[in-house]
Write a new protein. Sequence first.
Length: 256
Amino acid sequence: MKQPKGGGLFAEKFEDVHFWNCSFISNMVTSQGGAVYFDNFDKRRTSRISLLLTNFMGNNAKHGFDLNINMAKEIFMKDIKIGHNQRYNMTSLIMSIHSYSIVLNSILFDLFAEGTALMKLTFSRANFKQVKIPCPSLTHLYEETILESADTLYLLYKCKKCKRNHYIVHSGLWVVNKNFQDISANFWLHECHPCPIYGSCIDGKVTAMTNYWGYVSGDQVVFIACPVSYCCQNTPCRSYDSCNTGRHDLLCSRCK
């Protein structure tokens, strides 16, 4: 669906709006609110919005935000998954203007490689419990920013692929927690590493060479020689700990 505001849904002068187990997929707008746009410009109304178990996937808006909410008194969101805006290379959750209470819990961003996640909350009393933003598989976190002004909070997060002949075991992860004015953030950067000896690295993934078996030590892979014919015999191997047909376990030492 293509229209100026609210690709999947446009609502104004609303009171209570509740979503449960909904999906907004592949909507497009020429202005704001790729999936949903709410505008309660009548300040006399008491408006509440709740979204539970709702997915936003592949929606596009000229100004980048999947969900725009203006003048809602209360916003509650839980178990929300936000997919990538392919047109603008950005995954963006919400832009809320002049909302008195905002509670976000279990928000999951699903980024494309080298994409950007952005969340903008306007009004200093915004309160969210947790926002969890993992990097895509085989990418690492290279920029994270929390910006606060008098009435606006921005969360900005960027992921990046490993450069050539490098690999990563665990993708980057950013978990941000907030209670009223207190913000805490945990970062799992998981840097890319040079390809190890006896390994082969393509697009950030490390696999074993013939007759070698790998294990993870910290966030790196170490390879050791296998007994003859126990481990992967044909390159490219599927993973760093691939075994020959009919074998498994540590150093592929056991028969199936």
